[in-house]
Design a protein around this ligand. Sequence first.
Ligand code: ADP
Ligand code: MG
Length: 163
Amino acid sequence: MGTTIELVTEHPEATTAVGAALAPLLRPGDVVSLTGDLGAGKTTFVQGAARQLGVAEPVLSPTFTLVREYRGSVPIYHLDVYRLGRVQDVIDLGFEEILDQGGVVFIEWGDAVEALLPESNLQVEMTMVDDDDAKRSLAVTGRGRTWVERWEVVEGALDPWRV
Ligand code: ADP
Ligand code: MG
């Protein structure tokens, strides 16, 4: 049993649906790190997850605001650290305090601040597929015990998009 699942989405709504499918498995304190080029679909994924977690208001990209907070069934923090090149900038933003809030944290470009992420986290790597504007491949990797113990459930939830 591996802890990486490879998926393909054929259109934006499928990426939203993947986020929504994963959302019920998220627990307070979880960190989901999203990686992939601009336009890969990181924000689209978070929109699907946040909606499923009970956020009614529009979920907008935090590219310029850096962090947005929502009240769903749990507190949700959505960060985009693209414009923060340095780990210290992310600390200054209050990242460690955010991690202590007992919410679910989605962090776009989280790989840039790998060292600040808790040991247990979920990584979603999104890649554009060359020959198709609407297709993305996603690699979902669970790290740490809390994800390993949930992995069968994750596999079940993401099965429809598996390749
Ligand atoms: P990021 O946050 O990674 O920069 P966004 O989610 O903001 O990316 O934007 C992704 C863009 O790509 C949107 O315009 C979306 O409509 C488009 N798109 C096309 N196909 C897909 C797909 N399969 N999954 C996600 N987004 C897609
Ligand atoms: Mg984005």
